[in-house]
Design a binder for this molecule. Sequence first.
Ligand SMILES: C[S@@+](CC[C@H](N)C(=O)[O-])C[C@H]1O[C@@H](n2cnc3c(N)ncnc32)[C@H](O)[C@@H]1O
Length: 482
Amino acid sequence: MIDQLRDRLRQTGFTVDGVFGLLGADAHHALGRNETTPARRATADGSPLATVVRLFQLQLSVPRDDAERALPGLVDALVAAEVLAVSGGEVRALVDVRPYGDEGHDWWVVADLTPGLDQQPVEVGSEHVLGISEASNSLAQLTRRDPVARALDLGTGCGVQALHLSTHADAVVATDVNPRALWAARLTAALNGVDVDVRDGSLYEPVAGERFDLITTNPPFVVSPPSEERLVYRETSFPGDDVVRRVVQGSADHLEPGGWCQVLAAWVHADGQPWEERLSGWVAPTGLDAWVLQREVLDLASYTEMWLADAGARHRPDYVEQYDRWLSWFTEQGVEAMGFGWIQLRRADRAVPSVRVESWPYEVVQPMAPHVTAWGDRTDALADGDVLDRAWRQADGLVQDTYGRAGASDPERIVARLTSGPCRTASLDTVEAGLVGASDGDLTAGQLLEAIAGLLGEDASEVRERYRPSVRTLVEEGFLTP
Ligand SMILES: C[S@@+](CC[C@H](N)C(=O)[O-])C[C@H]1O[C@@H](n2cnc3c(N)ncnc32)[C@H](O)[C@@H]1O
């Protein structure tokens, strides 16, 4: 049945481009905002593609005849598989199936029905399986895509990360604790004809004793007061942000040499302890290289409002009571704010691991994956001898802005600016600007500094020593690459 369904969805044109073509840009964007009205108007003709969109994306009942025309010979089997339900002469979907893709693939992802369409109250049960979210997209763009032997998608949910992993890993294992997520992830994999080993269990329990070249995870990191009504897609029974600490620390036993663990994460700022110190403390026992990038810090009121809205609590009679309960609990726990960000871990087996923990709340141009790889390459290069003895290259896409009085012959300020990944800037003096400008992988940084010293009439060895820390910083921040 699943092979027939795949063939039929393809024949109807139920792909990202096909649906976009049917709906048009405005209705497509409205649907992205959970508004179905423009899409209803664009799918009123009863054609097979319109019927499939109405069923699986707009959550509309369609006449059985239309459903039979769109999915010939499949309706009864899909009812038996609990994908569709029939009532009277009408058919409706019990799950959301949506086209999804990357540059080279057209896929479908199966998840629970999207809550809160058309301003309806959000109702989600504890075992709700979240569809593709902003967080899923962000993790997908963060994940390195080099070919690997074994990859793990920890907390697979609808199975979207596993689909991406299947494009560059020989074997993919996906885990979850939610039986409904295991069902959805298996269905997603089967519908796309992709081989994923979906396993039941918490964190690394289902992969005890196994190692991977790549672990990718968007764990349920919402920090909330204990409750009977825990939403498994976002919360665990681990206290506070301990789920993220466990993911980080557990990865050390499951990475092959050279392997990576890439985590979308949140952490508390608590008890007056600098967050950098807390995160460094998580990483230290692992012996892994780490790059922790905090993207955002939310105050507790904004954080509480966001997650109460996510659970549909906003319009409930006890909203104020719940809001107060969250804030009281944060106070009791010593939580002061919540940080969100990305944790990259890499098994480099160094005597002294390289750990970089930083805040970058500014622009990031996705995809980040190449910049994660580049961080690894720079870390290796920096660990390999004197920074002045190596020939560096200017990073791709590095541009320079100069500031000064209009018409002045020399700029007052030179700023180097990266135009992809974290779009960092660095204010450069004349020597640094000369060094970056001349770094084309030919002469070493030391040779370039000596030449610049000669041009400026300064002592070469003094210039070398003075600029050694700047060269290191320019490499650490990605302006120069090996
Ligand atoms: C935020 S969702 C991420 C889903 C999907 N990977 C994505 O990128 O969209 C977190 C997933 O972790 C699962 N989960 C919850 N507790 C877990 C645990 N202790 N061990 C493994 N997975 C867990 C949830 O069921 C949910 O599917």
